[in-house]
Design a protein around this ligand. Structure first.
Ligand code: TRP
Length: 507
C-alpha cells in the first residue's frame, strides 16, 4: 500500500471538542471519585493541593503534551510511535498497551460490572443495613482460602460483565467518530450533570460542612512528609491516564491542524478540577455519616472499594429522603466514568494491532472483546477480589511506572525532546518553553518516577504486598509483568506491513 493512501485512511476526530471529551472521558475515572478526595484528606487537606498542582505542572501536563504530541506526529498508536523512533524501542509501545488491555481492562471491566449490579441494588437498598457483610459475603462471596481458592463463578457479576463487554465492543467497533466520539459526547455532559446534582445535593445534608472542613482544612506541616509528595505525583500520573498508550492512540486521530499544548492543558486541568469537585460530594456524605452515627470522620472515611460499596451504600440507606434516586445517580456516575475509561484502553490496543497488522477494525475489536470478556472471568470467581488487588498493585506500581520512565528517556534523550518540541510548536499557538518542557521530560519526570518506583520496591522488599502467599504475588503479580513484557518483545520483532516511519507527519 502506498503511504499516502494509508495515512489518508486513518480515522480522524470530527471535531476538536470530540477529541477533548474522549480524552477527558479516559482521564476522569473511578480514581477521581474514590481516590483523590481520600488522598487529600489523608495528606494535609487543602494543603495537599499544593503538591498536587505542582505535580500537575512539572510532570502531568508535560507528559500529557508529550503523549499527545507524539501521537500527532507519528500518527500511530504506541507501538507505531516508538517504532518510528527506532525499531529497537517498539517493545516499549507494546508493553504498556498489553498491560492495559490484558491486565487493567480485564479487572476494570469487572469493577464496572459490580457498579452495574449496585445500580440495580440501589432500587431497593438490597445491601440492607449491613453493607459490609452484604458486599463481601453475599455479593462477592469472597473465598476464605485466599487467591487460589477460586470457588464457583458469581453469576450476577458474570452477566453484568458480559453486558459491560457488549457496551465496550459496540462503542469501539463502530469506530472513532461514530463510536468513541459520539459515546463520549453523551457520557461526559451526563457525567458532569449527575455529579453536579449529587455534589450539590450532598452539601445540603446535615454535617456536610464538617465533612468539607475535614477534606480541605489545610495542615501545612504535612508538606514536609515525603510520602505526601509521592502520593501527589503518582495520583496525577494515574489520574491523567498517562503511560498506558491511551493518549497516544487518541492523539493519532487528530487532524494536522491541532492545538496540542492548549488541548493538553484543557484535558489535564479539567480532570483535576473534576477531582476537587467530586471531593465536595464525597466528604459531604462522610460528614453526614459522622453526624448521624456520632462517630468521628476518621472512623467513617474509606477509599476506593470500601468507599463505593460499603460507606456509600450505608449513607444512601440512611438518607432522609430520595435515597433511591441518590443511589441510582451515584452508581450511574461510577458506571459512566468507568465505561468511558474502559473503551479508551480497548481503543489503544485495537489501534495498535490495526496499525501493525492491517486487520479490519471490526475483526480486531470483536476478537479483543471476546478475549477481554473471557480473561475477566477469573475476576468473577469468589477469589476475584484477591486477583484484582494483586494484579492492580503490580501493574500500576511497577509496570506502568517502568514503562513511563523509559518513555521519558527514549523521547527526551534518544528521539530528542527538542525535536518533538519543534513539531508541537509548529502547530500550537501556545508554545512550549525549553526550560519548562525539555527539563521536565528529560530530567524531572524520569527522576520523580524513579523515586516513586524505588520507594515502592523498598517497601515491597521490607513487607510483601498484602497478606497473600508468596506464590500468589509472584504468579499473579510479578509473572503478569514478565509475561506481557515477553509477549511485547515477540510482537515487536514481527515485520511491519507498511514501515511505521511512512506515516510520520512532517511540515
Ligand atoms: N484515569 C483513570 C482514573 O482516574 C484510571 C486510569 C488510569 C485509566 N490509566 C488509565 C483509565 C488508562 C483508562 C485508561 O480512574
Amino acid at each position: 500500500m502506498k503511504k499516502d493512501v494509508f495515512v489518508q485512511h486513518r480515522p480522524e476526530w470530527k471535531s476538536r471538542i470530540g477529541f477533548l471529551l474522549a480524552a477527558i472521558g479516559s482521564a476522569v475515572g473511578l480514581g477521581n471519585i474514590w481516590r483523590f478526595p481520600y488522598l487529600c484528606y489523608k495528606n494535609g487537606g487543602g494543603a495537599f493541593l499544593i503538591p498536587y498542582f505542582i505535580a500537575l505542572l512539572v510532570v502531568g501536563i508535560p507528559i500529557m503534551v508529550l503523549e499527545i504530541g507524539l501521537g500527532h506526529k507519528m500518527r500511530g498508536a504506541a507501538p507505531a510511535s516508538f517504532a518510528s523512533v527506532s525499531k529497537k524501542w517498539e517493545w516499549l509501545g507494546w508493553w504498556p498497551v498489553l498491560l492495559a488491555m490484558f491486565g487493567i481492562l480485564l479487572y476494570y471491566s469487572v469493577v464496572v460490572s459490580w457498579c452495574v449490579n449496585y445500580f440495580f441494588y440501589a432500587f431497593n437498598s438490597s445491601w440492607t443495613d449491613s453493607p459490609n457483610t452484604f458486599f463481601y459475603q453475599k455479593f462477592l462471596m469472597l473465598s476464605e482460602g485466599g487467591p487460589f481458592d477460586l470457588g464457583n463463578l458469581r453469576t450476577p457479576i458474570l452477566f453484568a460483565l458480559l453486558a459491560v463487554w457488549i457496551a465496550n465492543w459496540l462503542i469501539v467497533f463502530v469506530g472513532v467518530q461514530k463510536g468513541l466520539e459520539r459515546a463520549n459526547k453523551i457520557f461526559m455532559p451526563l457525567l458532569l450533570i449527575l455529579t453536579a446534582i449529587i455534589a450539590i445535593w450532598s452539601t445540603q445534608l446535615p454535617g456536610a460542612a464538617k465533612g468539607i472542613a475535614v477534606y480541605l482544612t489545610p495542615q501545612f506541616e504535612r508538606l514536609t512528609d515525603i510520602e505526601v509528595w509521592m502520593d501527589a505525583f503518582s495520583q496525577i500520573f494515574f489520574s491523567l491516564s498517562l503511560g498506558f498508550g491511551v493518549m497516544l492512540a487518541y492523539a493519532s486521530y487528530l487532524p494536522r491542524k491541532s492545538q496540542i499544548v492548549k488541548d493538553a492543558f484543557t484535558i489535564s486541568i479539567f480532570n483535576c478540577m473534576f477531582s476537587v469537585f467530586a471531593g465536595f460530594g464525597v466528604f459531604s456524605v462522610l460528614g453526614y455519616m459522622s453526624n448521624s452515627t456520632g462517630k468521628p470522620i476518621s472512623e467513617v472515611v474509606k477509599e476506593s472499594i470500601g468507599l463505593a460499596f460499603i460507606v456509600y451504600p450505608k449513607a444512601i440507606s440512611s438518607l432522609p429522603a430520595f435515597s433511591r434516586e441518590f443511589g441510582l445517580i451515584f452508581f450511574g456516575i461510577l458506571v459512566i466514568a468507568g465505561l468511558s475509561s474502559a473503551i479508551s484502553i480497548l481503543e489503544a490496543f485495537a489501534s495498535a494491532v490495526i496499525d501493525k497488522f492491517h486487520y479490519s477494525r471490526k475483526i480486531v475489536v470483536s476478537v479483543l472483546s471476546v478475549l477481554g470478556f473471557l480473561g475477566g472471568i477469573i475476576f468473577t470467581t469468589r477469589a476475584g477480589l484477591y486477583w484484582l488487588d494483586i494484579a492492580d498493585h503490580f501493574i500500576t506500581h511497577y509496570g506502568i511506572i517502568i514503562a513511563a520512565i523509559f518513555e521519558c528517556i527514549v523521547i527526551g534523550w534518544v528521539f530528542k525532546a527538542e525535536k518533538l518540541r519543534e513539531h508541537i510548536n509548529h502547530y500550537s499557538t501556545w508554545k512550549l518553553k525549553k526550560w519548562w518542557w525539555d527539563v521536565s521530560v528529560k530530567i524531572i519526570a524520569p527522576v520523580v518516577l524513579t523515586g516513586i518506583l524505588t520507594s515502592s520496591l523498598l517497601e515491597e522488599i521490607s513487607k510483601p504486598y498484602g497478606d497473600y502467599s508468596r506464590l500468589a504475588t509472584i504468579v499473579i503479580g510479578r509473572d503478569w509483568l514478565i509475561f506481557t513484557l515477553f509477549f511485547a518483545i515477540i510482537v515487536a520483532v514481527h515485520e511491519w506491513k507498511v514501515e511505521p516511519k511512512d506515516r510520520i507527519l512532517t511540515h
